[in-house]
Design a protein around this ligand. Structure first.
Ligand code: BGC
Length: 749
């Protein structure tokens, strides 16, 4: 057969239909026609993803084995590449494949667009703190807009892993500890990336990751074992993934961890039974970086070929950088180790996403030089990420009303290495960003007043930290300490900026101590001795344990890592042009020894029994957190009253509450409803977030908020994965955090 002739024929076939107008049936026909022409090697090739030639986000050979990769590209043995970006580079590689491979099937170009491409949004954990789904969706659409302008058509985001362990560096990348909030955030991000029409050149395919339970790595240690029970898996870990599937996410990434002794990449129950079976997922599963190869060192396969067989049988459709499929899969099929129908299913799924993206219509759809010039750092994008940043800030404490500062406030002294850092606010996972491109806190303050002084104090971090290294921390050079203390003595207010370096969180950045690294605690204490008027501005990628600061510093503003416009958002908040409205998406512990700590704990058999010692507690620390999930203050005050349950029934239970702004300025409050099912056939958490609404109120105004609870909110999954709603008493709590609120209960017959 003359293969050269085939390609033009099949391309004409594809080009004859505009993908926008294509129905599922049309795709299916085209896909079947193409599948018939493919050799086993070409099918395995579609299931193969290679890293590019420069950047790496995992272990990779020097230079990326360029010669071999080029050879495979030309053969059509590469379905996708990651970490390639820029219109010129993407076009070059796409052209190679489309014009030189036998069937010319265009490639997917994937990248970790985690919180922006060039214009950086706040880190995802910070965005989750906004509880503002519209803003989050907008922020993801900005990221998609820029990513698509540099040739990318696929992001490995959102990470929807529920995580309760602040030691784990990747908590910065997710939506926090709660499945309800986590699912909402995940869906908002999927919608933002994918838009309403995936074939537009401004939208990209999203990935829900890491399926499943990667966020439960033991002791918060990266790549560590996961060992959780069915109740937690079904009711805590699964919901955000299921919600992302329902929101039509195009791909799901598996992970590095094991679960029940099975590497999740090798887990057919997870991938075939749940994801593609019960949930009807239509997209494809991408492995994590070399997670197929890692099935062998886990002790679950004897070598790479065997690992590939297990992964393919388990439903891992595309192999990221393991080279298992491209090297061995065709042989495994011929030997009867993998059913060809599994391979066909994987290829169908991958091709379908390529169709949806419009790549068969135009393989260079995302390669537009004008867009590339025009979209990056676009003014509209800067506005959107500033808005997102302002909404992500959480006011943890404001005991003495130091904030907001007066605009004409005299004698402000700004202290701290992070105050003029233009890199750390960009956070981790921002491979394509420009170093030092964030607005620093100092620059932000400068836009309000020049009447302040800045003292760096001791240097906290090494300047040369990079994505690929650990950050070196100064623990003994106190130079600058004296100067800082001296300046603080006469200040009317000290704005002290402290926290983590931007690369201290993220992948492979687990910590055993989640305090302020280096000399920061020492500095804060020294300043506190001479001046109590301190506003502590925290900049960090995870919850921190700061018991001393929480007790002694009157004002604490959690600013996370807020991205490109960080300093502006912080300054606008310090000076009262932004009234903070964020609420914590993760519990802040008093001590690292309490971790994992989370609000939706299961009931124990030993609740408080003082003075008896035999109850579930610590001998040296309280059980309660430092700052609970859902906590966050405002410059105004809110009061809750009149909690009422107006109707009750299996179909609908309506709960209403009246919220009043009793302060002097306009503000926003996140009204949170928690539900408790005290007697059930599976032990339920002491409370669970089931509804929330972010409400804006003028000073003095009141509003009645209504929540409708249905089967969806009242039920849970049994250990047989049956959704069940059990009659009996339900308790509810409505308030401004998970720790307190008005309570009521109702009976369900
Ligand atoms: C991470 C993934 C990421 C991939 C590609 C892996 O190490 O776990 O989340 O998408 O690398 O960069």
């Amino acid at each position: 057969m003359n293969y050269r002739l085939l390609k033009p024929i099949c391309f004409i076939l594809f080009l004859s239909l505009n993908t926008n107008l294509m129905s599922q049936q049309d795709y299916d026909q085209k896909i079947e026609a193409l599948l018939k022409q493919m050799t086993l090697e070409e099918k395995a090739g579609q299931m193969n993803q290679y890293n590019g030639f420069y950047d790496v986000t995992g272990p990779a050979p020097e230079g990326g084995n360029a010669a071999l990769k080029y050879e495979h590209l030309k053969k059509g043995w590469v379905g996708s590449m990651l970490n390639v970006r820029g219109v010129e580079e993407v076009r070059k590689l796409q052209k190679l494949v489309v014009e030189e491979s036998r069937l010319g099937i265009p490639m997917l170009f994937g990248f970790d667009v985690i919180h922006g491409l060039k214009t950086q949004s706040p880190i995802p954990l910070a965005e989750a703190a906004s509880w503002d789904m519209e803003a989050i969706e907008k922020s993801a659409s900005v990221a998609a807009n820029e990513a698509s302008a540099v040739g990318l058509n696929w992001t490995f985001a959102p990470m929807v892993d529920i995580s309760r362990d602040a030691r784990w560096g990747r908590v910065m990348e997710g939506g926090g500890e709660d499945p309800f909030l986590g699912a909402k955030v995940g869906v908002a991000r999927v919608k933002g990336f994918q838009g309403k029409d995936l074939s537009l050149n401004s939208t990209i395919a999203a990935t829900a990751k890491h399926f499943a339970a990667y966020g439960f790595a033991e002791a918060g240690k990266e790549y560590n074992t996961v060992d959780i029970g069915t109740n937690t898996l079904y009711n805590m870990v699964f919901p955000p993934f299921k919600a992302a599937v329902e929101a039509n996410v195009q791909s799901v990434m598996n992970g590095f961890n094991i679960l029940n002794g099975v590497p999740v990449t090798a887990d057919a129950v997870l991938q075939r039974d749940f994801l593609k079976g019960k949930w009807g997922f239509q997209g494809f599963v991408i492995s994590d970086w070399s997670s197929i190869a890692e099935i062998a060192p886990h002790g679950f396969a004897k070598d790479l070929k065997h690992a590939g067989e297990i992964a393919a049988n388990a439903g891992s459709d595309m192999d990221m950088e393991s080279k298992a499929y491209v090297t061995h899969l065709a042989a495994s099929v011929r030997e009867g180790k993998v059913a060809e129908s599994y391979v066909d299913d994987a290829v169908r799924r991958i091709l379908k996403v390529k169709f949806e993206l419009g790549l068969f219509d135009d393989p260079y759809r995302y390669c537009n030089e004008d867009r590339e010039k025009e979209r990056l750092f676009h003014k509209d994008h800067m506005e959107a990420v500033l808005d997102m940043a302002k909404k992500s800030i959480v006011l943890l404490k404001n005991d003495t009303g130091l904030l907001p500062l007066k605009k004409d406030q005299k004698g402000i002294v700004v202290i701290g290495d992070l105050a003029d850092d233009k890199n750390s606010p960009l956070g981790s996972w921002r491979l394509a960003s420009d170093n030092n491109s964030a607005v620093s806190v100092l620059e932000g303050i400068n836009s309000y007043t020049k009447d302040y002084s800045f003292v760096q104090g001791p240097k906290y971090f090494d300047d040369n930290a990079s994505f690929l290294q650990h950050v070196s921390i100064n623990t003994d050079d106190t130079a600058g300490m004296e100067k800082a203390v001296e300046a603080a003595k006469n200040a009317s207010v000290v704005v002290l900026v402290a926290g983590e370096h931007g690369f201290m969180s993220g992948e492979a950045r687990s910590r055993t101590n989640i305090d302020l690294p280096g000399l920061q605690h020492q500095l804060i204490k020294a300043i506190h001795e001479v001046n109590k008027n301190i506003v502590l501005v925290l900049m960090n990628g995870r919850p921190l344990a700061l018991p001393w600061e929480a007790e002694h510093i009157p004002t604490i503003l959690e600013t996370w890592q807020l991205g490109s416009q960080s300093g502006l958002a912080i300054a606008q908040t310090l000076f009262g042009d932004n009234n903070p409205s964020g609420k914590l998406p993760m519990t802040f512990p008093r001590s690292v020894g309490q971790v994992p700590i989370y609000y939706n704990q299961y009931r124990t058999g030993r609740a408080k029994q003082e003075p008896n010692v035999f109850w579930s507690h610590y001998a040296d620390e309280k059980n309660s957190p430092q700052f609970p999930f859902g906590h966050g203050l405002s410059y105004t005050q809110f009061k809750y009253k009149d909690l009422k349950i107006t109707t009750t029934g299996q179909k609908e239970t309506t709960v209403s509450v009246t919220l009043s702004n009793t302060g002097k300025i306009k503000g926003q409050e996140v009204v949170q409803l928690y539900l408790s099912d005290p007697v059930a056939s599976v032990v339920r958490p002491i409370k669970e977030l089931k509804a929330f609404e972010k409400v804006a109120l003028e000073a003095g105004a009141s509003k009645t908020i209504r929540f409708v609870l249905t089967e969806k909110e009242l039920g849970f999954y049994t250990n047989d994965y049956e959704w069940t709603v059990e009659p009996g008493t339900f308790q509810i709590m409505v308030g401004g955090s998970s720790a307190q609120g008005l309570t009521a209960s109702f009976e369900l017959e």
